[in-house]
Design a protein around this ligand. Structure first.
Ligand code: MN
Length: 424
C-alpha cells in the first residue's frame, strides 16, 4: 500500500504553524487523557490533538478492518500488533480526512467537538506498555569518549565494539513520559582516592541523548529475523533521555555492565513518529570498517537524518542549548541492532523499546552527555544565565528535541522534558 500520508503537497484544514513538528505529513501516535477523563489513542496535527477512539466510533475508519476498541485502550500495543499494513492504512485515512479539500469532518461541528482537543485539554501518557527495554551503545564517538575516560586512549574501544552492536537489558519499569520529574538516585560510590565505598545521593547525575525505536511482534523463540526484513518490525521512534548516575555507574559496572546507575529513570517523548513518516529522511550510515559479519550486512540507506538538541533550563531561568547532534551519526543502525538482538533466537514483542545509545557527534559541541561535554567534570559547561555545570543540578530541567527537515516539510518529535528533584 502506498504511503499517501507522506504527500508533500497536502495541507490540512487544521491550523499548522510553519515551524511545527507536526504537519499533516507526520501523523504520530500517542495516548492521552481527554478533558472528559477518558484515556484514548490519538494523533496530532499542529497543536490540535485528535481522538482516534472517537473518530472510529463515529465510523470514519469503517473501510479499514479494525477491532471496535482498537483505539479505546490505554496503550498502543494492540494497534502496533496489527502490523505495518494497518498502521499505513490508518495514517493514510487520517491524512485524507484532514486534507484541506475534504469537508466530511471539517463541516460537521458536532463530530469535531467530540474528536478535537487543544493541547492544554489533554494529558499525555506513556504510549506503550514496555514489556522489555534494551539499550545499545552504538555511537562510535560516544564509546570512544567514554572508553578514553574510563580506560585510557589505547583501550577506548573494546575489541568487540566494531564487530557487533553492544547492548544490555534495561528495566522497563522506570520508563516514564515527558514532564514527570526524576529523583536524584542514591547508591554506592567510590570517592576519588578512597579505598572503600560510601552510600549517598549521586553527585554526577547526567542525561543521555538517545532515540528509541518501538517494535511489533517480530519472531518466535528460537527464530531470528534477517537484516532485510528487520525494519518491517519497527513501528516508530521517540526521543529518549536515558538518565544516568555516573559515579554509581563507574563503581558498579565491572564486570556485568550498567545496573543501578542507569535504571532509576528513562524519559521518553510522548508521540511515536512512525518509520513510515521518516521515509523521506533516509541517509547513508557511517562506513563500517572492518566489514561486519554477513548477518549484519545491509543494503540501502538505513540511517535517518534527525537533528537533535539538548537544553538545560535551571529553575526560574532561561534555557541553554548544550549539545546539537544527529541520529545519523550512529555507527550501528536500527536494522543491525534488531537483527543482532534476535540472531540467537531471542523473541522481540509488540511494545518493546530499543534505546539507540547516546548519540554523540564528531565535535565537542555535539556530545550527547554531560560526562563528555564537561569531560568528566574537568571542563564545566557554561550556561547562558552565568552559572556552570559539570553534571545536572537539582531543579534543573533537561529538554531533548528532534526534527527532520527537507525542502518540502519538517517532521519532528516535539520534546521530552524532565526536571531533576533532590534525593529523597
Ligand atoms: Mn543509555
Amino acid at each position: 500500500m502506498p504511503n499517501y500520508a507522506n504527500d508533500p503537497n497536502r495541507s490540512s484544514w487544521l491550523h499548522v504553524d510553519a515551524d511545527s513538528d507536526f504537519p499533516i505529513q507526520n501523523i504520530p501516535f500517542g495516548v492521552f487523557l481527554t478533558r472528559n477523563d477518558i484515556i484514548t489513542i490519538g494523533t496530532r496535527i499542529g497543536d490540535t490533538a485528535i481522538d482516534l477512539g472517537a473518530l472510529h466510533q463515529l465510523g470514519y475508519f469503517d473501510e479499514i478492518p479494525l477491532t471496535d476498541d482498537i483505539f479505546l485502550q490505554d496503550t498502543l500495543n494492540d494497534f502496533i500488533l496489527d502490523g505495518r499494513q494497518t498502521w499505513r492504512a490508518v495514517r493514510n485515512k487520517i491524512a485524507t480526512l484532514f486534507d484541506v479539500n475534504n469537508t466530511s469532518l471539517k463541516s460537521n461541528t458536532a463530530h469535531k467537538d467530540k474528536v478535537l482537543f487543544k493541547l492544554n485539554e489533554i494529558e499525555m501518557q506513556l504510549p506503550v506498555q514496555v514489556g522489555d527495554y534494551t539499550d545499545f551503545y552504538a555511537s562510535r564517538e560516544h564509546a570512544t569518549n567514554v572508553g578514553t575516560m574510563f580506560r585510557g586512549k589505547d583501550n577506548a574501544l573494546m575489541p568487540n565494539w566494531l564487530h557487533l552492536p553492544v547492548g544490555y537489558h534495561g528495566r522497563s519499569s522506570s520508563i516514564i513520559p515527558s514532564d514527570i520529574p526524576v529523583r536524584r538516585p542514591k547508591g554506592q560510590t567510590l570517592p576519588p582516592d578512597a579505598e572503600t565505598p560510601i552510600f549517598g545521593a549521586s553527585k554526577a547525575v547526567d542525561f543521555e541523548l538517545e532515540m528509541a525505536f518501538i517494535t511489533t511482534d517480530a519472531n518466535d523463540l528460537g527464530d531470528a529475523i534477517s537484516i532485510d526484513e528487520a525494519e518491517e518490525y519497527i513501528f516508530g521512534l521517540v526521543l529518549f533521555n536515558d538518565w544516568s548516575a555516573r559515579d554509581i555507574q563507574r563503581w558498579e559496572y565491572v564486570p556485568l555492565g550498567p545496573f543501578l546507575g542507569k535504571n532509576f529513570a528513562s524519559s521518553i517523548s510522548p508521540w511515536i513518529v512512525t518509520l513510515d513518516a521518516l521515509e523521506p529522511f533516509r541517509v547513508d550510515s557511517p562506513k563500517q570498517e572492518p566489514k561486519p559479519l554477513e548477518y549484519l550486512q545491509y543494503k540501502g540507506k538505513k540511517s535517518f537524518d534527525i537533528n537533535l538538541e539538548v537544553a538545560i533550563q535551571p529553575e526560574s531561568s532561561i534555557e541553554t542549548v548544550v549539545s546539537r547532534s544527529n541520529f545519523k551519526y550512529m555507527y550501528w543502525n536500527m536494522a543491525q541492532q534488531l537483527t543482532h538482538h534476535t540472531v540467537n533466537g531471542c523473541p522481540v514483542c509488540s511494545g518493546d523499546m530499543m534505546g539507540s545509545g547516546t548519540i554523540s557527534g564528531p565535535t565537542p559541541d555535539s556530545y550527547g552527555s554531560m560526562l563528555e561535554l564537561s569531560w568528566k567534570g574537568e571542563k564545566p559547561v557554561q550556561l547562558d544565565d552565568g552559572t556552570e555545570r559539570k553534571f545536572i543540578n537539582d531543579y534543573d530541567t533537561v529538554i531533548l528535541r528532534g526534527h527532520c527537515k527537507n525542502k518540502n516539510y519538517r517532521i519532528g518529535f516535539g520534546e521530552v522534558k524532565s526536571k531533576l528533584l533532590p534525593a529523597k
